[in-house]
Design a protein around this ligand. Sequence first.
Ligand SMILES: Cc1cc2nc3c(=O)[nH]c(=O)nc-3n(C[C@H](O)[C@H](O)[C@H](O)COP(=O)(O)OP(=O)(O)OC[C@H]3O[C@@H](n4cnc5c(N)ncnc54)[C@H](O)[C@@H]3O)c2cc1C
Length: 437
Amino acid sequence: MVVSLEKNTPHQVVIIGGGFGGLYTAKTLKKANVNITLIDKRNFHLFQPLLYQVATGTLSPGDISSPLRAVFSKSKNTQVLLGEVKDINPKAQQVILDDKVVHYDTLIVATGANHSYFGKDNWKDLAPGLKTVEDAIEMRRRIFGAFEAAENETDPEKRRAWLTFVIVGGGPTGVELAGAIAELAYKTLKEDFRSINTSETKILLLQGGDRILPHIAPELSEVAAESLQKLGAVIQTKTRVTNIENDIVTFKQNGEVKEIPSKTILWAAGVKASPMGQVLAERTGVECDHAGRVIVEPDLTVRDYKNIFVVGDLGNFSHQNGKPLPGVAPVATQQGEYVAKLIKRRLKGHTLPPFHYNDVGSLAMIGQNLAVVDLGLIKLQGFIAWVFWLLIHIYFLIEFDTKLLVVFQWAWNYITRNRRSRLITGREAFVEAKTNC
Ligand SMILES: Cc1cc2nc3c(=O)[nH]c(=O)nc-3n(C[C@H](O)[C@H](O)[C@H](O)COP(=O)(O)OP(=O)(O)OC[C@H]3O[C@@H](n4cnc5c(N)ncnc54)[C@H](O)[C@@H]3O)c2cc1C
């Protein structure tokens, strides 16, 4: 169906979310005859794939964030608004914030997803996840705080618990965290402590499925597992966490219940759509899947609302092979670009064929000189894959912001294993260990 748009007054496009989906929609529309309002509750775009490097002390939060105003300072048709959208009124074509209402002709909802604790929300404080800058700083506090606490601890059992890191979830984030903590413990921090031997650190990666990195080819997943094990991490597959309490992780493996005392438990499993999914469901009647993602039409619109689009992690697009597309940055960016092009076509009275995702492959970093890259026909591992990973991330990091200096610094720190951002900030880090002394 061709949807014609009013051409006389500039068409009002409202984008909720300045993540990958929202950003690419706005960028692709920057020369179009439309007025864009980009609303985000944060004043920066966050490059989430590198959050784990903030959590493990290689990068600082500013290195992986780009102020939205700076990104769009030259896009004269784009206004950035700082604010949290609370509601939508599709009949009146309004987006509702705490202190204002914004009218739209076309709405793009790109509010992403958060982590899910599978109904055990009380685990959130015990095993923090990684989604925001604050999460990364909290993880960094816990990781570096644990080594400090171990240095202060005299009881061997408690010291062991401080030096035991449990990571739940064997997807890319879990693997990258496990690899980075292994490098920290066995290489970077080796000479820095006097009472503890950081090489005694235990890193446990718990994965529900039968292999880590299940989204890449089995042979690469095997290479990743071998590389991680060589680095010193222990991988437990077919393992389900059943409880987290009193610094003890309980898990079930092959029917057997096991427990491991650990003071640092990190969550890298499960995804839950942002609450805007629920808002859309209530206001438009659209269906959501079990993870709260909005089930979108082939052109990424919401059923019965041709002027409301959902892009990125918030959407469930299952029109390609019957399965939802993965929650990764290329899906969000390609969907953002598609929606922008469709709006431009509609302004001319035309339309576009349904959205089609062009799978660009998957990659995961394991450690220095160690990565796996699955490009379909081409599969890379080891140093070549690591260089490829580095180049891709450098390309995306500098795309919105001139961060060349940061990138060079980062590359240098990486090569020399110099983790300069080891700040323990936020809540007090090793209160517990001090009282135990
Ligand atoms: C730790 C981590 C590592 C990852 N690693 C990779 C990787 O290596 N490769 C890869 O391809 N993908 C990776 N991803 C996934 C990738 O980051 C996401 O797929 C991508 O960010 C999705 O883009 P999005 O635009 O849908 O949502 P997001 O990028 O999450 O952006 C959502 C935006 O909406 C804003 N927002 C939310 N609610 C509201 C509201 N009510 N009002 C206003 N603003 C709101 C948020 O502030 C945010 O800016 C990773 C994700 C994480 C968390």
